[in-house]
Design a protein around this ligand. Structure first.
Ligand SMILES: Cc1cc2nc3c(=O)[nH]c(=O)nc-3n(C[C@H](O)[C@H](O)[C@H](O)COP(=O)(O)O)c2cc1C
Length: 188
């Protein structure tokens, strides 16, 4: 039950970086082994077919894909940019989806289980980004659990230590991590 957890954000004070820790804690409490990573540690050029044809997948894309391959589950906390996911997240998804010689198509995604959460200072909490993310992942053969959580007014929702002020909301976010761990356990 290995789960890779990350936010679709890079900035240091990202609300989604705080939120992913809470979802990850839910998965850990349910018995999963969670690896929390920061996409800032995997800077990559924007996907470009010519670049790929010349140089292959960039080093950080390969490193990220290797991590995906080592984990059966994914937990993602996505910001919402202009009603969708961030360019950083989509670019990472795109590079990781590229096959290398001898690899099956979508090797890093097919058969994975994912859970989604989001946070935004806005009223919808990033919910519209999750609609897109669920669709993208479903189309690349990832099973996304129905449980999800969106934290609205994120700029007021967290305590200084990164915990959520609202207990019910904390349980809901942890519940997404738990749901991924529980489904992985059933599938094992
Ligand atoms: C280019 C851009 C577009 C944005 N569009 C939206 C949006 O459509 N909906 C929304 O709720 N917030 C939007 N925001 C505000 C983000 O939710 C806010 O910057 C948030 O803090 C980003 O997530 P993070 O804290 O994890 O970095 C946008 C921010 C940027 C920079």
């Amino acid at each position: 039950m290995k789960i890779l957890a990350f936010a679709g954000a890079t900035r240091a004070e990202s609300w989604n970086k705080k939120l992913i820790k809470i979802a990850a804690a839910g998965a850990t409490a349910a018995g999963a082994q969670v690896t929390l990573i920061d996409l800032r540690d995997f800077p990559m050029p924007l996907y470009d077919g010519d670049l790929e044809a010349t140089n292959g997948i960039p080093e950080n894309g390969k490193k990220l894909k290797a991590l995906f391959l080592e984990h059966k589950g994914l937990l993602i906390s996505s910001p919402e940019y202009n009603s969708s996911i961030t360019g950083v997240l989509k670019n990472a998804i795109d590079w990781v989806s590229r096959s290398e010689p001898g690899e099956k198509p979508l090797a890093a995604y097919a058969g994975k289980v994912a859970g989604l959460v989001s946070a935004s200072p806005g009223q919808l909490g990033g919910l519209r980004a999750l609609v897109h993310l669920r669709s993208i992942l479903g189309n690349i053969k990832v099973l996304v659990v129905p449980e999800q959580a969106s934290v609205s007014k994120a700029d007021q929702a967290f305590n200084p230590d990164g915990t959520l002020k609202d207990e019910k909301q904390r349980a809901q976010v942890e519940g997404v991590g738990k749901a991924v761990a529980a489904l992985l356990a059933k599938l094992a």
